[in-house]
Design a protein. Sequence first.
Lengths: 335, 291, 385
Amino acid sequence: MLNTFMQSRLRGLVILALILVILPAFLGNPFHYELVTQMAIIAATVVGLNLLVGFAGQISLGHAGFFGLGAYFTGIATGTYGWSSVPALVVGAIVVGAIAWIVGRPILRLKGHYLSMATLAVGFIIAIILNNERALTGGPDGMPVPAFEIFGWELSAFGRYSLFGITIEGFQAWYIFASVVLLVAVWFALNLIESPIGRALRSVHGSEVAASVVGVNTAKYKSLVFVISAIYASLMGSLYAHFQGFITPAVASFEFSILFITMVVLGGMGSTFGVILGAVVLKLLPQVLADFQELEHVMFGLILMLTMIFMPKGLLPTLTAFVSKKMRKKAGGEA
Amino acid sequence: MLAEFLQYLFTGITIGATYALIALGFTLIYNASHVINFAQGEFLMIGGMATVSLTAMGVPMILAVVLAVILAGILGVALQRFAIAPAKQADVVTLIIITIGASIFIRGIAQVVWGKEYHVMQNFSTDQPIEVFGAVLNSQSLWVLGIGAILVVGLVLFFTKTLIGKAILATSMNKEAARLVGIRTQMVLMLAFMVSALLGSVAGIVVAPITFTSYDIGIILGLKGFVAAAIGGLGSGVGAVVGGLSLGIVEAMAAGYISSDYKDAVAFSMILLVLFFMPRGLFGAKVVERV
Amino acid sequence: MFKTVIRRAGKCAAVAAAGLMMMSAQAAEPIKIGSFLSVTGPASFLGDPELKTLEMYVEKINEEGGVLGRQLELIHYDDVGNASSARNFASRLIRSDQVDIIVGGSTTGATMAAVPLIEQAEVPFISLAGAVVITNPVKKWVFKTPQTDRMAAERILTDMKDRGITKFGLISGTGGFGSSGRTQTLEVAEAMGMEVVADVTYSGSDTDMTAQLTNIRNTSGVEAVLNFGFGQGPAIVTRNYAQLGMELPFYQSHGVASDSFLELAGSSAEGLRLPASPLLVPDSLPNDDPQKEVVQNYKAEYEARWDSKVSTFGAYAYDGLMLAVRAMEEAGSTDPEAVRNALENIQGYVGVTGVFNMSPEDHNGLDPDSFRILEVQNGEWKLID
């Protein structure tokens, strides 16, 4: 019993790892590597957001605010004050987590659309501050961010590294780094979901009243998962800033928040691997649609609408349901 | 001092009236279907842009306005029929994403058909501003307020005096019960979207002389409308009007007295404050969660 | 409406035909010119004329035999005014499309986001964005064609001083252009001994700036008002200014130097001044002005081809493309290092925006005098200085 349970939890992770190992065979040039690296960072962010949206059932329309805070904390600490990357990343995450905890307490009392509204407001306020505090953030034109640095060793997308006698390019090193980060992020999320905390969360999603009646401290768990997802966003924002080398307040914008939540919903709320697929699709789509020129936005809107209308549960859950139905039919036919 | 205050107040009320009209559109659709329609701003855009482009083609203003409003109405019905109705089993967030997709789609088409430039619409009456105690008021602001007031009164009458209006209300309260008493709920929902679109497009037309109009004007106005609706309490008509006006006035006062850099932040902080103390907005109904 | 649709269909056909022709006529590898522009989104009034300009002149150059005996191929992406997409598309141009040179970057944010990558990849880059930070400090691979916002501020403040104004109110947009313009204006004012007595802002999506203007009007000592911003915002500011009955001398920045601004602002724009390239007043230029012919030709060709008014912003792309072509011709190859060196040494290139004299210390090559001060009189631009 426990064995199969462990298997099912690890199975997805192993498949994801395999995909990440095989993927470079299909990447033609450094730009492809970059794109996939960005996908991995964004995907890890959405895995965190999914804990809040998919499991606790709380909608956030301001998550880019936390992502942006993380990115700017890193940018300012490493760029302006010469901190090393890792302390900046960690302290940034702690600060953002604390902010999330402080604003989360009152906000999470709200229900449904009012909660969305409040998170939207928090996101907007963060974006406005980043935009206006020019002395600190460089204002709307943004600020440069130094390369990621660990123990005096710099990870730059343009460098070249020798590891155990194998020479790899900087963009490949970033790809490997981002892949590992994504795997860790997924592993942590999966563990959390299967822990007692995760079960409590799902009960909140099901019915908050029922959950509190049977003694689940709903407020505590909601705050906890809000903070965790904000920390995910902050950490990934920091990495994103290092990788991009330049950030503007757009990383904290409402559009970005909407993009995050769209990734979750499109990929499949509540499915950790589904939301990764959502991130991949929505990162890839603009690149694919760039060739349509003027019709790019029309196509994007249409695809988004049709997918959600015909697959309201999201891409991955719909696809797996479809496949397993086929398989069951096949098995039934053989028997 | 008084002149200054009045000036901010006039500015705030004009912007606020616009927000209120958009918020009413949100409220209408929310009441009928519990959908938050993020494409609401696009109805405004259609109203303004269609009127401008039709008049540029030589269509008389009045006819252009009527055609633009009809176009928006058709769009509203189509949105409900082809995007919302087929997904009725979907989650609330999923419906939000569908309306976001719809708004990107509509905006994309508008951009291809009408181009990306901003357009001017002439004031309905004189360009000469009106002076009151040292503050000036754009004559178009009176049109916005007047037409806004007429629409609000019209809506109230529609919901209390007409059978169709009552049917929409009944459907919003209890869909199953409404169906049992013989209301064709699908028809009613389409109607709600249509009325909401009409409202939005009229708002888009009356404010166009003040704000200009372009294919992407709906994004931010739609968002502000949502904010106004939430402050007032989703689903409350009075709330939408009060929410819209207060949002506009707070923005203008903040820009004038506090900091123009942070006026939007002040407005958003106000929202948080309202929600902290009144979790269902100013006029939101207390809803009992079914277990 | 129909006309637009038909025109667009025609354009598609033309592009397809050009594509076919190129395939057959192609002997040598084409020279790849990459571009990322804000063709849609809030900065589309920059990116749209820029793209149109690049498209038409790449076509024209190809009809005339190309550059170095090779055809030009334009590869462009729309960054929607978003800096991170700009960076990604720059990466795609360099690493996937392997372009020889990049002419693009409609906004400062988009340009600066791409700069670290471009510097690392060592590809010549001509930016079409305004802020002074792009070329100051000088970056080895980065050039730009528009005058800096600092020059605009200098030119405006000098004109104010000539009129005896020393205290003025500043209203600026919170977007990249307005924000950077504000910073430069404050610095220049201090250097010139002038005083900014009121300093207010508005965000790009605001629909009414009466409150901010009232604030300026009620500040004591204001002798003039300057608005630094672009998009539709300044047009609203201009209208609100007139509605409030404000009669102080009013200045706008080069961010609104286009005929569409006059259309939006209407009679409210009467009497305002701004710095602009001579493109808006080609016929008022004296005959011995070296730019006269270039400016007139560009205006005529653009308006004939696109059936819409020229804007100063399209001219930035014109100058960018022509500088790129000239550099490649002088270098005799598309070798990045050689092209870059040639770009850095271009002297006396007469463009639409101004006369460019590049140097290792100056990757912009323009001086403040390339801006002309224009005034709106009877609904038209008039050359003042």
